[in-house]
Design a protein around this ligand. Structure first.
Ligand code: UDP
Length: 413
């Protein structure tokens, strides 16, 4: 039911040149007290989406500073992921309910997961998101073992009926990590809540420096004309990310910039079965427009290609309606690109409207910003530079590493 992921090794030393010396020393200091501590992270998938992205960097860095972390994910159980995607949608506020059969199946899989993990006995469990959240109640209580539920979504405007069913399984946890304070779900013990915003890894393949000419060559492989303006949204094919709104924005902006191209890039992950339908619907919505490129990992888009697209695009859009955090926003800002974000969730934590990016609600507003940025290259560059600096000070992986170390110290001391 679960499988271990072993990401590539990393060394904290390599981050010295990017991070402030004080932050670097703080990490080393916090890690000293945690030598050998075993920390087990469990999430739904080894690739695709923001959680896997973060664990791919966090786990090797925890090892590099002397801890003993492990990362497990849940193996393909299609029906389970169909149900958990529905739970995800309901917890984000969708109307409706689960059937008794769906609830029983969810709990049965969580019980199975717990059975496989009962002998691991780490110092700290970190369960990510709703998928494995309920398994803690099926694990034996061990005095020395602490537990954390890491919630990456907004559970504040949740479907009340589903939250009433789901939230009791969280009671046993020692801590809850949320990305943003206002996301905390009703009834959770406030004293147990810790706020740790997500972060990006400036040295992984997706975010590290890239020769501009090479980036153009990579993008050109996907039949994009790199001499013409390009607008991109790089995001799972998910209704909450409003890809239809992105097409609408592009169509309005194209009236002023007939040369404009649009790339909608999404990845498929096993825990997101809805994505296939959304992609098909988008193809229909694009209505044969040759300048709309709908691409995915199935076409060969991997981390390097995402990096190249984020660098080559003139404007990056992330028009989400609900958004836990929106790593794609930080990724694009780190590359000095102007970002237009939906006025939603974690995007509000990252973009200060008109200062380091733009916030929009409607397609017309987004189109206005797209044309403004395409019209004035210097303005676009200034906004991009501001964005990069805000990511450097708040959303790099070393800050996240420090926050995790602080929390483990707090739990284990
Ligand atoms: N992503 C990717 N390929 C794609 C689309 C997205 O690698 O085709 C990555 C993206 O770069 C980011 C993550 O998936 O690192 C998405 O994280 P985000 O927080 O934006 O959204 P989530 O998928 O977690 O809702």
């Amino acid at each position: 039911m679960i499988k271990e992921v072993k990401p590539e090794k990393a060394s904290l030393e390599n981050y010295k040149k990017i991070v402030k010396p004080k932050e670097y020393e703080e990490v080393l200091d916090l890690a000293k007290k945690l030598k050998g501590a075993s920390i087990i992270h469990l999430n739904a998938t080894a690739s695709g989406g923001g959680v896997a992205e973060i664990l791919n960097s966090l786990i090797p860095l925890l090892s590099s500073v002397g801890l003993s972390p492990k990362w497990y994910f849940i193996k393909k159980v299609y029906k389970f992921f169909e149900i958990t995607k529905e739970i995800h949608n309901l917890l984000q506020g969708k109307a409706g309910d689960l059937t008794k059969e769906q609830k029983d199946f969810y709990l049965a899989i969580n019980e199975e997961i717990a059975k496989e993990m009962r002998d691991l006995k780490p110092d700290v469990w970190v369960m990510h998101d709703p998928q494995p959240a309920a398994c803690l109640q099926f694990l034996p209580t061990i005095a020395k073992t602490k537990s954390i539920w890491r919630c990456h979504i907004d559970t504040s405007k949740t479907n009340a009926k589903v939250w009433r069913w789901f939230s009791p399984s969280l009671k046993k946890y020692d801590r809850y990590i949320y990305s943003v304070r206002r996301y905390i779900g009703e009834g959770l013990d406030y004293k147990k809540c810790v706020i740790i915003p997500p972060a990006i890894d400036p040295l992984n393949q997706k975010n590290s420096e890239m020769d501009p000419l090479f980036a153009k060559q990579v993008v050109a492989r996907f039949k994009i004309d790199t001499e013409r303006p390009l607008l991109s949204q790089i995001s799972r094919f998910d209704p909450w990310k409003d890809p239809w709104g992105v097409i609408d924005s592009y169509r309005i902006a194209k009236k002023k910039f007939p040369n404009l191209q649009l790339a909608l890039i999404g990845s498929f992950s096993v825990d997101d079965p809805q994505a296939y339908d959304v992609k098909e619907e988008l193809k229909v919505y694009a209505n044969g427009d040759k300048d709309i490129h709908i691409l995915s990992n199935l076409d060969g888009i991997q981390a390097l290609e995402v990096n190249a697209f984020q660098r080559v695009s003139d404007v990056i859009i992330q028009k989400s309606i609900r958004e836990g955090f929106g790593l794609t926003v930080a990724e694009a800002m780190w590359k000095g690109k102007p970002v237009i974000g939906g006025r939603a969730g974690g995007i509000l934590e990252q973009i200060e409207d008109g200062v380091n990016g733009f916030l929009v609600t409607t397609a017309a507003q987004a189109a206005e910003r797209i044309t403004q940025l395409l019209d004035d290259e210097n303005f676009a560059r200034r906004i991009g530079e501001k964005g990069k600096e805000s990511v450097r000070s708040r959303f790099l992986i070393t800050r996240l590493l420090r926050d995790h170390l602080k929390l483990y110290n707090d739990l284990l001391s």
